[in-house]
Design a protein around this ligand. Structure first.
Ligand SMILES: Cc1cc2nc3c(=O)[nH]c(=O)nc-3n(C[C@H](O)[C@H](O)[C@H](O)COP(=O)(O)OP(=O)(O)OC[C@H]3O[C@@H](n4cnc5c(N)ncnc54)[C@H](O)[C@@H]3O)c2cc1C
Length: 364
C-alpha cells in the first residue's frame, strides 16, 4: 500500500506543514524565515452546529488547500491549537471546532468566543490534501474529523465532482453530527457522485445507516462490498483511526492512505521513570529541567515551568523546533521534520523524547 502517513508516529504526529510547501526540502538548514507570521482575524459569525460544536467565520482571506489547517490562539493566555478549514479555498473561511472535555482552547471557543472578537492565526499548514486526479476517494471521518472532509467535498463539488466519493461519517449520536444538513445538500447536488454512510453509536440509531462504535468489525461491515478506492482519507479519534487503518490496509492494499490525527497520544509516564537533564541555552540564559523517559520534552519543560515555544503540539507545525547542542531528542519519523533537518540536529520538543542528558537551543 502506498501509505502517506500525515499523522504523528509515536504520538500520532501529523506530517508536513504549509510552509514546507514553499520551502525547498533540499535547501540548507532551515531558518524559519518563511514560517507564516501570526495574523489577527476578526470573527464575523459564530454558528452553533451541535451542542458541543461551533463554526467560526472571519473577516479575512488566506490561500490554502482543502484539508489544510491553521494554528489558532484565541487569546494571549491560551495555547496555540490546530483547526482545519471546513470549507474549500475560495469560499468564506470557516473553522468548525468541537469542545473537548476539559480542553482549554476548544472550551473557550465553544463557550466564550463571540462575534467581533479578534483571534491570532498562523498558517496554512498540513499535507492532508487529496492528490490531483484521484477518481475514487473513500473518506472515513469520526466526530470533528469530518471538518477537513467537508472541505474536500466542497472542493470536489466546485470542480464538478471529478471523483466518486464515499464518506463514512461516524458520530456518537444524531445531535452530534457536525454539518449534517450541509453534507445532505452536497449529496443531493452531487449527481450520484457522493454517497454518505452515517454511523452512530447511539442506541436509537435514528438517521444512521450502521451502528457504531467503529470497531474493526463495524468498519469491515461498512466497507463490505465496496469497490477499492484509489485514495482513502482518514481522520478521527485515535481508536477509530486504528481500526480503520487496519481494515483499510487489509481490504484495499493498493489504495493511497492519507491520515490526519487530531489528538496526540501522550504516553503516560510514572514519576519513577528514568529521568535525564535537559539544558536549554537561549542566548546568554541557560535553564535546566529533567525529562522522564517516554514523556515529551515540552511536557517536562512545562512541569518545570520552563517556557518553550509550541504550536500544534502534534509534530505538525514545527513551531517548537529546537537545535541539539548535545545529546539526542528522538522525534517520530512522521513529524514535519525533514531528513535534512534531522541530520542537522533539529528536533521537535512537543513530541520528542530523550533517552540521555541533552542540551538544546531554540532553532534559528
Ligand atoms: C492538524 C489538526 C487539525 C485539527 N482540526 C480540528 C478541527 O477542525 N476541529 C476540531 O474541533 N479540532 C481540531 N483539532 C484538534 C484541536 O487542535 C485540539 O486538539 C482540540 O480542540 C483540543 O484542544 P483544547 O485546547 O481544547 O484541549 P487540551 O487542553 O489540549 O486538552 C484537554 C484534554 O483533552 C484531550 N484532547 C485533546 N484533544 C483532543 C481531541 N481532539 N479529542 C479528544 N480528546 C482530546 C487531551 O489529551 C487532554 O487530556 C485538530 C488537531 C490537529 C493536530
Amino acid at each position: 500500500m502506498n501509505t502517506m502517513i500525515v499523522v504523528p508516529a509515536a504520538i500520532a504526529a501529523v506530517a508536513g506543514v504549509g510552509w514546507l510547501l514553499f520551502r525547498s526540502r533540499s535547501a540548507p538548514a532551515p531558518a524559519r524565515r518563511d514560517e507564516p507570521e501570526a495574523a489577527q482575524w476578526k470573527v464575523t459569525k459564530v454558528t452553533r452546529e451541535t451542542p458541543s460544536t461551533v463554526s467560526l467565520e472571519f473577516d479575512a482571506s488566506l490561500e490554502f488547500r482543502a484539508g489544510q489547517f491553521v494554528l489558532v490562539r484565541p487569546t494571549r493566555e491560551l495555547p496555540w491549537r490546530a483547526y482545519s478549514f471546513s470549507r474549500a479555498p475560495g469560499q468564506p473561511l470557516r473553522l468548525t471546532i468541537k469542545r473537548v472535555e476539559g480542553g482549554a482552547v476548544s472550551t473557550f471557543v465553544t463557550e466564550k468566543l463571540s462575534e467581533g472578537a479578534e483571534i491570532e492565526v498562523k498558517g496554512p499548514f498540513g499535507q492532508f490534501v487529496l492528490p490531483d486526479g484521484a477518481k475514487s476517494v473513500l473518506m472515513l471521518a469520526g466526530g470533528s474529523g469530518v471538518t477537513p472532509m467537508i472541505a474536500f467535498l466542497h472542493d470536489l463539488a466546485k470542480q464538478g465532482w471529478p471523483a466518486k466519493v464515499t464518506l463514512v461519517d461516524a458520530n456518537r449520536s444524531a445531535n452530534e453530527q457536525i454539518l449534517r444538513k450541509e453534507i445532505d445538500e452536497l449529496v443531493a447536488a452531487s449527481g450520484g457522485k457522493l454517497t454518505v454512510v452515517h454511523v452512530l453509536d447511539d442506541a436509537s440509531g435514528e438517521g444512521s445507516d450502521k451502528r457504531g462504535p467503529m470497531t474493526r468489525d463495524v468498519v469491515a461491515s461498512v466497507l463490505e462490498g465496496m469497490e477499492a478506492p484509489e485514495v482513502v482519507a482518514l481522520c478521527g479519534p485515535a481508536g477509530m483511526m486504528e481500526s480503520c487503518n487496519a481494515v483499510v490496509r487489509e481490504r484495499f492494499p493498493s489504495a493511497k492512505l492519507l491520515e490526519e490525527k487530531f489528538t496526540a497520544v501522550v504516553a503516560s509516564v510514572g514519576a519513577d521513570a528514568i529521568a535525564h537533564e535537559v539544558e536549554l541555552v537561549d542566548g546568554a540564559k541557560t535553564k535546566t529541567f529533567t525529562v522522564r523517559e517516554g514523556e515529551s520534552v515540552l511536557h517536562a519543560a512545562r512541569r518545570a515551568k520552563v517556557e518553550l515555544a509550541a504550536g500544534c503540539e502534534s509534530g505538525v507545525c514545527g513551531t517548537c523546533r529546537v537545535k541539539m547542542r548535545r545529546g539526542q531528542i528522538d522525534t517520530p519519523d512522521e513529524s514535519c521534520l525533514t531528513a535534512e533537518e534531522r541530520s542537522q540536529g533539529y528536533a521537535l520538543v512537543c513530541i520528542g523524547t530523550a533517552k540521555a542528558p541533552c542540551s538544546i537551543e531554540p532553532a534559528p
